[in-house]
Design a protein around this ligand. Structure first.
Ligand SMILES: CC(=O)SCCNC(=O)CCNC(=O)[C@H](O)C(C)(C)COP(=O)(O)OP(=O)(O)OC[C@H]1O[C@@H](n2cnc3c(N)ncnc32)[C@H](O)[C@@H]1OP(=O)(O)O
Ligand SMILES: O=C([O-])CC(=O)C(=O)O
Length: 380
C-alpha cells in the first residue's frame, strides 16, 4: 500500500508587528522602566543628570560608562572644542542643497559626506569609533547652525573654541550666546534627548552596524529614522500644530476634531510609556521657566489645554516632543531645525549603541511570514 504523505500542517508563527514587546538584545547604556516612569543612563536617573550635569558630562557618561573626573572632563572638552570646525568642501556641498529640502536632509547628507571623507578604518576598533563619535558630536552643531543661518539668508559663523557646547551653539545660530535661562533649558533638552534604549532610530543604527558597516552609515540610517513624525519629527509637528491652533481657546475644539477624524495628535503617546514619559516633567518645567522668563505664556496655555483634553478623552499622555517643540520655538530656533537639534543630542546615544553593538555583534535579521501568492509555475 502506498502512503501519500500529506504536507505538514503549516505552523503559524506569532507575528510581533512593529517588534512591539520583543526584547532584541541587552544594553548597558540606558534602562526605560515604564512601570515606575523612570529612565536611567548608565545607572543615573535622567532627571538628576539634567539637574546637575552639563551635556558634555552626560555625553562622556554614555560613551565611557562613568561620569568624568575633572581632569577627564577637561581633556574631553578640549578634544570636542578642537573638532568643531567643518571643512570648506562640506560647507560648499551643503550650500548647493536646495533650500526647499528639509534640514534633516542636510544633516543626513553632511554625515554621509563626513563618512566619505574619513579614511576607512577597522569597524571593530573601539578607540577609532570613540574618536569618530566625539567628532560627530563636535561638528553637528556647526552643521545645524550653518543651515539655520543659510535659510535666514545669513553667512555661517565659525565655532568658538573658548565657549562651552551650548553657548557655542547659540552663538553660531544667533551671533551671540544670549540668555542663560534659555541656554539652561536647552541644555536640559539635550540631556533628556540623548538616549532612550532601542527606539527606532537607535535600532536602525544597530541594524546597520550589525552587518559590519561603518559608523557614518549607521548614523545616516538613524537620522533617516528620526526624521519621521512618529519619532523625532514630532517635535516640529507639535509646533506647527500649536501655530495652527493659535489661541488656547481654540485648543480643545481643535483636538476634538483631530480625534474625531482618527488622526494622531503629535507629541502624545509612546510605544513604551503608556502612563507618561519619564522626561516630560523635567522638560515641562523647563518650558514653564522659559515662558515665565520671557513673559510669553501663549504656547504654555495651549499646552495645558491640549494635555487636559487629551487626557480626558483618551488618557494618552504627552511625550518629550510635546514640551520641547514650544520650548525651542520660544528660544528662537526655526521649526525645521528642531529635529536636527534632536540629532545633535541623540548622536551620543546612537554612537554608544553602535560601539556596544560592535563589541558583541550578531547580524540582526528577523523572519517574516509570507502573505503573497502561493508558489506557481511560470507560463511556457
Ligand atoms: C521622541 C519620540 O520619538 S516620542 C514619540 C513621538 N511621536 C509622536 O508624538 C507621534 C504621535 N504618537 C504616535 O503616533 C504613537 O503614540 C506612537 C507611534 C509614538 C506609539 O504608538 P504605538 O505604541 O505603536 O501605539 P499605537 O499607535 O498603536 O496606538 C495605540 C492606540 O492609541 C492611539 N494613539 C496613540 N498615540 C496617539 C496619538 N498621539 N494621538 C491619537 N491617538 C493615539 C492609537 O490610535 C491607537 O488607538 P486604537 O487602539 O484605537 O487604534
Ligand atoms: O523610545 C522611543 O520609542 C522613542 C523615544 O522616546 C526616544 O527615542 O527618545
Amino acid at each position: 500500500m502506498s502512503v501519500t504523505e500529506s504536507p505538514a500542517a503549516p505552523t503559524r508563527r506569532i507575528i510581533h508587528k512593529g517588534l512591539a514587546g520583543v526584547v532584541v538584545d541587552t544594553t548597558a547604556i540606558s534602562k526605560v522602566v515604564p512601570e515606575t516612569n523612570s529612565l536611567i543612563y548608565r545607572g543615573y536617573p535622567v532627571q538628576d543628570l539634567a539637574a546637575r550635569c552639563s551635556f558634555e558630562e552626560v555625553a562622556y557618561l554614555l560613551w565611557y560608562g562613568e561620569l568624568p573626573t575633572s581632569l577627564q572632563l577637561e581633556a574631553f572638552v578640549q578634544k570636542e572644542r578642537a573638532s568643531r570646525r567643518v571643512g570648506r568642501g562640506l560647507l560648499a556641498l551643503l550650500a548647493k542643497l536646495p533650500e526647499t529640502c528639509h534640514p534633516m536632509d542636510v544633516v543626513r547628507t553632511a554625515i554621509s559626506y563626513l563618512g566619505a571623507d574619513d579614511p576607512l578604518e577597522d569597524q571593530t576598533d573601539e578607540r577609532a569609533n570613540l574618536d569618530k563619535a566625539i567628532r560627530l558630536f563636535a561638528v553637528l552643531p556647526t552643521i545645524v547652525a550653518a543651515d539655520m543661518r543659510r535659510r535666514r539668508g545669513l553667512e555661517p559663523l565659525a565655532p568658538h573654541s573658548h565657549l562651552g557646547y551650548v553657548e557655542n551653539f547659540f552663538t553660531m545660530c544667533f551671533g551671540e550666546a544670549g540668555d542663560p535661562v534659555l541656554r539652561n533649558a536647552f541644555e536640559k533638552s539635550m540631556i533628556l534627548y540623548a538616549e532612550h534604549s532601542f527606539n527606532a532610530s537607535t535600532f536602525a543604527a544597530r541594524v546597520v552596524t550589525s552587518t559590519r558597516s561603518d559608523m557614518y552609515s549607521a548614523v545616516t540610517a538613524a537620522i533617516g529614522a528620526l526624521k519621521g513624525s512618529l519619532h523625532g519629527g514630532a517635535n516640529e509637528a507639535v509646533m506647527y500644530d500649536m501655530i495652527e491652533i493659535d489661541r488656547s481657546e481654540r485648543a480643545r475644539e481643535w483636538l476634538q476634531g483631530k480625534l474625531a477624524r482618527k488622526e494622531k495628535v503629535m507629541g502624545f503617546g509612546h510605544r513604551v510609556y503608556k502612563n507618561g514619559d519619564s522626561r516630560v516633567p523635567t522638560m515641562k518645567a523647563a518650558l514653564v521657566e522659559v515662558s515665565e522668563h520671557l513673559g510669553d505664556s501663549r504656547w504654555l496655555e495651549i499646552y495645558h489645554e491640549l494635555e487636559d483634553e487629551m487626557n480626558a478623552r483618551t488618557g494618552i499622555k504627552p511625550n518629550l516632543d510635546f514640551p520641547t517643540g514650544p520650548a525651542y520655538h520660544l528660544m528662537g530656533f526655526d521649526i525645521g531645525s528642531f529635529t536636527p537639534m534632536f540629532v545633535m543630542s541623540r548622536i551620543t546615544g546612537w554612537t554608544a549603541h553602535i560601539i556596544e553593538q560592535v563589541s558583541a555583534n550578531a547580524l540582526i535579521r528577523p523572519l517574516s511570514e509570507y502573505s503573497g501568492h502561493p508558489q506557481r509555475a511560470l507560463g511556457t
